[in-house]
Design a protein around this ligand. Structure first.
Ligand code: 5GP
Length: 206
């Protein structure tokens, strides 16, 4: 189904800079809105319930799975994460562009439900840089960093399934690439016809 809003799905191994890029995009472009996922993991640092995630118990998560409230959910790093249907559909029907920051399993599930979703994979420039970003972040124990790096190898092997790939070496360059992808979607025929209906009508383009 063709919705007036776009659905962007961004995946990356943790430490690739996905959250910073998506945050910067949303600051520059108010038409792009986040979808807040549910997770069973505990909040880190300054994270707030309802902002980065809805932090829920295992029981609450189970309840949502049973109620079919998720369009996708997955186990990531030993915790569960899910995207609620409501978070997406209502908004793309209304013409908003929604951006999801989820893992590759979730991204591939989303593509099955929303065939027009635009899948974007963010890669780090090297293993060394990925490791040092995780260490500098200072949020995870050495054990968790090793787990994240092992998972990164599996995740990056899935990049070929995505529509676009951004290599986050220089932040500004990667942000430019992300903006270019978003902009290109808005220039598609159906999107332009919707956004510029008067011009199309005046030019007799149906
Ligand atoms: P973190 O715990 O570092 O915030 O996130 C760990 C991983 O879970 C990241 O790759 C993140 O993108 C992914 N993730 C966050 N929300 C969702 C979601 O709703 N569904 C899926 N499948 N993955 C998610």
């Amino acid at each position: 189904m063709d919705y007036p809003g776009n659905l962007f799905v961004v995946a990356a191994p943790s430490g690739a800079g996905k959250s910073s890029l998506v945050k910067a995009l949303m600051e520059l472009d108010s038409r792009v809105q986040p979808s807040v996922s549910h997770t069973t993991r505990a909040p880190r640092g300054q994270e707030k319930h309802g902002r980065e995630y809805f932090f829920v118990s295992q029981q609450e998560f189970d309840g949502m799975v049973l109620a079919e409230a998720f369009v996708e959910w997955a186990h990531v790093h030993g915790q569960r994460y899910g995207t609620s249907k409501k978070a997406i559909e209502d908004r793309i029907v209304q013409g908003a562009d929604v951006i999801l920051e989820i893992d590759f399993q979730g991204a591939l599930q989303i593509k099955k439900v929303f065939a027009n979703a635009v899948l974007i994979f963010i890669l780090p420039p090297s293993w060394e840089e990925l490791r040092s970003r995780l260490e500098r972040r200072g949020e995870d124990s050495a054990e968790v960093i090793e787990l994240r790096l092992r998972n990164a190898a599996l995740e990056m092997a899935q990049a070929r399934e995505f529509d676009f790939v951004i290599i986050n070496e220089l932040f500004e360059r990667a942000l430019f690439d992300l903006k270019a992808i978003v902009h290109a979607q808005r220039l598609k025929f159906a999107a332009q016809r919707r956004a510029r209906a008067d011009t199309f009508q005046a030019l007799n383009i149906t």
